[in-house]
Design a protein around this ligand. Structure first.
Ligand code: P1T
Length: 379
């Protein structure tokens, strides 16, 4: 099955009860048993729920994986991955990443005795300097949030394999429409399904997808034992969202390109971060591992002026000033004071998250309206 068919049919069967084409929302916490243990595969909805199972099968299908797991949020999915580790283990992570991911690592798991190294992985070989016998996980976000750095997944996976280290890739920005990390050698794919997979800014959810059965069994155990699962209604919404992922992504990419080019030619703009530009430092890697360049664009206003950037985002009318990304509607954010405020100023500025940085999640509205909106806000 090709990707555009998988988004609609992947892992799906018609409901066995009445042939419903969409899986019903099984709004139940528990399931009747004829005798202790005599059930139809479902005992309790923290462990399994048929609507969630349908979604988990879809996750596995679109990422070319074998096993999918759905969680209450993207961070809950990451939390489950971190629980594979033990005190003394070390993690090497991209140095530019979602502020909440950095917070989970440094404010929760560091206190449990796990050591984190935040490394610029634009040259994959940089990872080698941080590998020790305790390194158990490499965490990659690509494109990174919000600087749009591109990490070569295949090159990192070779390093991971040589040292017997697990490689997890946060595929939230790219989605499997643009890149499929398991095919490039990753062991775990993670999503904030809140974003493009859901696609309509109406649900918070996370996903993990793996190929290996032993790894899947460990994660299913953690999912059930820790219990950060999503409900059936949210499962239904994300399943519905996935069915249009390929058409939405196509428009996100077209609009993203037009906005990046518009911003690059605007006199009030200092620098535009978008992997589709030939002068993006890892443009060639992006071209090789991604089908297109996505709908996320970051830029700085001239003179790194905090109040200028704030004024610009406040003036936007079609773009909504809000956290999050990946929905059909365009959003603008100011990472330094919003999504990345939990990273100390000194740390975030090292990676480029300066006070004048604005991040756009370019939606699928008419491009003329989006450009006109940015124009009036910048001028
Ligand atoms: O918000 P949640 O579903 O828990 O997902 C966390 C997360 C993980 N990884 C990436 C790359 C993300 O962008 C996010 C969430 N990000 C935002 C809310 C944001 O505005 O960047």
């Amino acid at each position: 099955m090709k990707f555009n068919t998988k988004t609609i049919h992947g892992g799906q069967t018609h409901d066995p009860a009445y042939g419903a084409v969409m899986p019903p929302i099984y709004q139940t916490s528990t399931y009747a048993q004829s005798t202790p243990g005599g059930h139809k595969g479902y005992e309790y909805s923290r462990t399994h729920n048929p609507t969630r199972s349908a979604l988990e099968n879809a996750f596995a299908s679109i990422e070319n994986g074998t096993y999918g797991l759905a969680f209450a949020s993207g961070l809950a999915a990451m939390d489950a991955v971190m629980k594979l580790l033990k005190p003394g283990d070390e993690v090497i992570s991209t140095n530019d990443l979602y502020g909440g991911s950095y917070r989970l690592f440094t404010k929760i798991f560091q206190d449990f005795g796990i050591k984190f190294h935040f490394v610029g992985m634009e040259k994959a070989s940089a990872i080698e300097d941080y590998v020790t016998s305790n390194t158990k996980l490499i965490w990659v976000e690509t494109p990174t949030n919000p600087m749009m750095n591109i990490i070569d997944i295949k090159a990192v996976s070779e390093i991971a394999r040589n040292h017997h280290i697990l490689l997890a890739v946060d595929n939230t920005f790219a989605t499997p429409y643009l890149q499929q990390p398991l095919d490039l050698g990753a062991d775990i794919v993670m999503h904030s399904a809140t974003k493009y997979l859901g696609g309509h800014s109406d649900v918070v959810m996370g996903a993990l997808i793996v190929k290996d059965k032993a790894l899947a069994d460990k994660l299913y155990f953690i999912q059930n034992a820790s219990g950060a699962v999503c409900g059936p209604q949210d499962s239904f919404l994300v399943l519905r969202g996935i069915k249009t992922l390929h058409v939405r992504m196509q428009r996100h990419c077209e609009n993203g390109k037009a906005i990046a080019e518009f911003l690059a030619s605007h006199p009030k703009v200092e620098k535009v971060y978008w992997p589709g530009f030939e002068n993006h430092p890892n443009h060639e890697v992006a071209k090789a591992q991604m089908k297109d360049f996505g709908g996320m664009v970051s830029f700085t206003t001239k003179n790194n002026n905090f109040s200028e950037a704030i004024k610009t985002v406040e003036k936007l009318k079609v773009f909504t000033l809000a956290e999050s990304l990946g929905g059909v509607e365009s959003l603008a954010g100011h990472p330094a004071s919003m999504t990345h405020a939990s990273i100390p100023k000194e740390e975030r500025e090292k990676t480029g998250v300066v006070d004048s940085l604005i991040r756009l999640s370019v939606g699928i509205e008419d491009i003329d309206d989006l450009i006109a909106d940015l124009k009036q806000a910048l001028e």
